[in-house]
Design a protein around this ligand. Structure first.
Ligand code: UD1
Ligand code: UDP
Length: 371
């Protein structure tokens, strides 16, 4: 990807590190490939590294392997952030790119941004401005800090713009462009229909619930985890609950519930196309994921979010998402409504139309060429 350079080209360093980052960088990389004025150097920080959490997505999404993997692996927040900072800095010094593109809100996002900022590399943050207003969420700290030192703030929904303006950000830095994760969903929707995941798992269209769970607030506390699994087991007695389990959650389940494995359908994390098919044909989705709240809105599938808040309010005000918290009674009531045919209906938010990456690259081209 980094070959075939000419002097007139502007090099962009694009950074990805954890599962949701790959779906977000993919449409930007594919768009940049079409633009002769740019060349790309793709860095994978290595924050996620299992085949099922990392390599598989490059194949599924049709994007080239990273030019460099920093291999930071797992650790505490400080360890991961510090390792990315130390390892990305010499690469930025050597390459002197025209800009850095970061996505989302993971530790890799913040660390790469901080390194670039001190080196004077202009930074584009894709998915800026989202706020849960919950500083116990590690991602909230990453969002606030990343936005505060980025030059372009590419926003997915109106709340992002409002939050940034409230924080005193200059309006000229904010660009409401839509949602790159939805670009990826729309361009893979047809391919995902061919996935045989339902046959492999013995499921029928509309006859199961899909579950994802990995937020520390849900999985790190044994009492919380046990209470949630008790509700999932109840639902499973009526309709299969299929859970592609995040490695963080698998470790917590083994540690905390090891003597009695939960009676639901637990499977390894799925590839993107399989997971898209699983979501699209589910009767409903239970999740604490950020991205899944948005994807279910576009798919028109009811989504119950097992959190007390969301940084993606448009999925509530316009989409099919509902915040149900962690109270078993509330979860039960909302599941019952869906099973009785009273699921929330929604619409697709403006600009979630498959064109976000093109709008981002247009803006970058205009601004970088003017420098
Ligand atoms: C990270 C992000 C979170 C994002 C999630 C997406 C931060 C602060 N958190 O959370 O915002 O929603 O990714 O999935 O950046 N592990 C493996 N194999 C892997 C990756 C992780 O076994 O390939 C295990 C390790 O035990 C690791 C744990 O999962 O310690 C947590 O990984 P980490 O990247 O720290 O956080 P996530 O919970 O994945
Ligand atoms: N996803 C996937 N396989 C799975 C679970 C999720 O491909 O088994 C995809 C999902 O469709 C979305 C992204 O991973 O595109 C969301 O990542 P995750 O929930 O890990 O992170 P978050 O969005 O919460 O930061």
């Amino acid at each position: 990807m980094a070959e075939a350079m000419t002097d007139e080209q502007i090099e962009l360093v694009v950074v990805a590190g954890a599962r949701p980052n790959f779906m977000k960088v993919a449409p930007i990389l594919l768009e940049l490939e079409k633009r002769p004025g740019f060349r790309v150097f793709l860095i994978h920080t290595g924050q996620h590294y299992d085949e099922a959490m990392s390599t598989g997505f490059f194949r599924d999404l049709g994007i080239a392997e990273p030019d460099l993997n920093l291999g930071v692996g797992s650790g505490t927040h400080a360890e991961m952030t510090a390792d990315v900072l130390r390892r990305v800095e010499p690469v930025l010094i050597e390459r002197q790119p025209g800009g850095l593109v970061v996505v989302g809100d993971v530790n890799s996002t913040l660390a790469a941004t901080l390194a670039a900022s001190k080196l004077g590399v202009p930074i584009a943050h894709v998915e800026a401005g989202l706020r849960s207003f919950d500083r116990e969420m590690p991602e909230e700290i990453n969002r606030i800090l990343t936005d505060s030192i980025s030059d372009w703030l590419f926003v997915t929904e109106p709340s992002g713009r409002e939050n940034l303006l409230r924080e005193g950000v200059d309006e000229g830095r904010i660009h409401l462009v839509g949602n790159v994760m939805i670009d990826t969903l729309l361009s893979n929707r047809e391919k995902a229909r061919e996935s045989d995941v339902l046959d492999r798992l013995g499921l029928e269209e509309g006859g199961y619930a899909a579950l994802t769970l990995h937020r520390p607030s849900n999985v790190d506390d044994p009492a919380q985890l046990a209470a949630l699994f008790a509700v999932f087991e109840e639902i499973h007695s009526e309709m299969p609950v299929v859970f592609p389990i995040h490695p963080r959650t698998r470790a917590a389940v083994e540690r905390q519930l090891g003597d009695r494995p939960p009676a639901i359908q637990m499977i390894d994390p799925l590839g993107y196309l399989d997971f898209l098919r699983l979501m699209a044909d589910a009767r409903f989705v239970l999740t604490d994921s950020g991205g899944v709240q948005e994807e279910t809105t576009v798919l028109g599938v009811p989504c119950l979010t097992l959190r007390e808040n969301t940084e993606r309010p448009v999925t509530i005000t316009q989409g099919t998402n509902q915040i149900v918290g962690r109270d078993p009674g509330t979860i039960r009531t909302e599941v019952r409504k869906i099973l009785d045919g009273r699921a929330k209906q929604g619409r697709i938010p403006d600009l979630w139309d498959g064109g976000a990456a093109a709008r981002i690259v247009d803006q970058l081209a205009a601004d970088l060429n003017a420098r």
